[in-house]
Design a protein around this ligand. Structure first.
Ligand code: SF4
Ligand code: SF4
Length: 397
């Protein structure tokens, strides 16, 4: 897709990058077949090729309209199109710049902008966790949500763990289970107290400066442990992992942070990357158990964002689970960060389709790897929905 930058954008590095990325698109349209919004709405402009075309027009100087924004807002940022694209178009990076340019030229209506700012502050701020805890108390917290005992032993092998912002409030057991499983494998996970939200929430709400501030704060919080030789920065929320992999790219023009950000991104490992080499030693403890019928929903941030495919399913099989296949595993469940709040109808339709596919092989439990997917799916099914590391932790108990 040949793009001639408008004079106003010719000296902007983000616009130059977007134009260069657009050049590799050959208009083939293969990506439309795996785009969830195109499947539901059937409009070319609600598929990746159409959205790329809209962004090319903006880069070439066409004034964006409310319709331009509508089609870009409906994108889940699931990046299934990147996995499908034979030309390797980095759609997600073009979209970041496209949305930024649209917002600069066409500020959001007051209410819409306010809702986004409130969401960013609320979800990543200090009041979210107490509010969720209060809500749980009123509903009477199910026993499975309790975090349980976390280990305090120190091992020779040490890694950092990002505790996250939304996840510890909504499901504290995920971090506790991660600490216990790593402890059983002889690895101590350290949580840097000053690290917080990875920045993904603000980034997806188009608050790019706020996201970069959170990235810099995390880098500062982790740097002493990195210099002391931490092996890896471990993530158990695949959405955060995708964001941390982007730190090096997002801060590449920041003289003070570029090198550190690249080092942090290189150290990032999803739990699904660390454990396959180690869990074999746990298998004998699990072999005598009755195999459980499970389905694993691979979050988009795991399979498309981080390109980690099949690792969890293989590991669960090694550990004695019967991992059941289901249709359209490449499609988004509709959670997509704050998408479920901002595009509720599309989000619910995608969730219903996903739950129908996941339920078809009659599993005993639905497993996944990202807090957004877990919460979203759990809201629409009577089946138990767990992070796979919680399932493993429970099997070891
Ligand atoms: S990121 Fe997902 S929703 Fe957006 S265009 Fe690509 S496949 Fe479609
Ligand atoms: S599959 Fe890739 S090259 Fe083909 S239209 Fe989609 S983005 Fe362009």
């Amino acid at each position: 897709m040949q793009t001639t930058l408008a004079p106003a954008f010719q000296n902007r590095p983000d616009a130059q990058e977007a134009a260069a990325l657009l050049r590799s698109c050959v208009h083939c349209g293969f990506c439309s077949a795996t785009c969830p919004t195109y499947q539901i709405l059937g409009d070319e402009l609600d598929g990746p090729r159409g959205r790329l075309y809209l962004m090319k027009q903006v880069l070439e100087g066409d004034r964006p309209t409310a319709k331009t924004r509508l089609h870009l807002d409906r994108c889940l940022t699931c990046r299934a199109c990147e996995t499908t694209c034979p030309s390797g178009v980095q759609y997600g990076r073009v979209l970041d710049t496209g949305r930024q340019l649209v917002n600069e030229q066409l500020p959001r209506p007051l209410l819409s902008g306010l809702v986004r700012r409130l969401l960013a502050v609320w979800l990543t701020g200090p009041l979210f966790a107490p509010a969720v805890a209060m809500g749980r108390l009123l509903r009477v917290l199910p026993a499975a949500q309790a975090a349980g005992v976390v280990p305090h032993r120190l091992h020779a092998r040490r890694m950092l763990l990002l505790a996250g912002c939304v996840q510890p409030a909504l499901s504290p057991n995920i971090n506790a289970a991660t600490l216990r499983v790593f402890d059983a494998l002889g690895i101590t996970l350290q949580v840097a107290p000053d690290a917080g939200c990875c920045g993904a929430i603000r980034h997806h709400l188009d608050d790019h400066d706020g996201a970069l501030s959170e990235a810099r704060r995390n880098i500062d919080a982790w740097w002493p442990a990195v210099e002391a030789g931490a092996e890896a920065i471990v993530l158990n929320a695949s959405g955060c992992g995708t964001m941390l992999h982007e730190y090096g790219h997002l801060l590449r023009h920041d003289a003070a942070y570029a090198a550190k950000a690249a080092r942090i991104s290189a150290l990032v490992r999803d739990v699904a990357e660390v454990l396959p080499a180690l869990v074999g030693q746990l298998a004998p403890r699990l072999r005598e158990r009755q195999p459980q019928r499970v389905v694993f929903h691979p979050p988009c941030s795991l399979q498309h964002g981080q390109k980690i495919r099949g690792a969890v399913e293989s590991m669960l099989t090694t550990l004695g689970a019967e991992v059941l296949p289901f249709a359209d595993a490449h499609l988004c469940c509709g959670s997509a960060g704050t998408y479920s709040l901002l595009q509720p109808q599309l989000s619910r339709e995608l969730r219903d389709r996903k739950l129908a596919a996941l339920g078809a092989p009659r599993p005993e439990v639905i497993l996944s790897a990202n807090i957004g997917c877990l919460t979203h799916l759990a809201g629409g099914t009577p089946l138990p929905v767990q992070h796979w590391i919680e399932w493993l932790d429970a099997q070891l108990a």
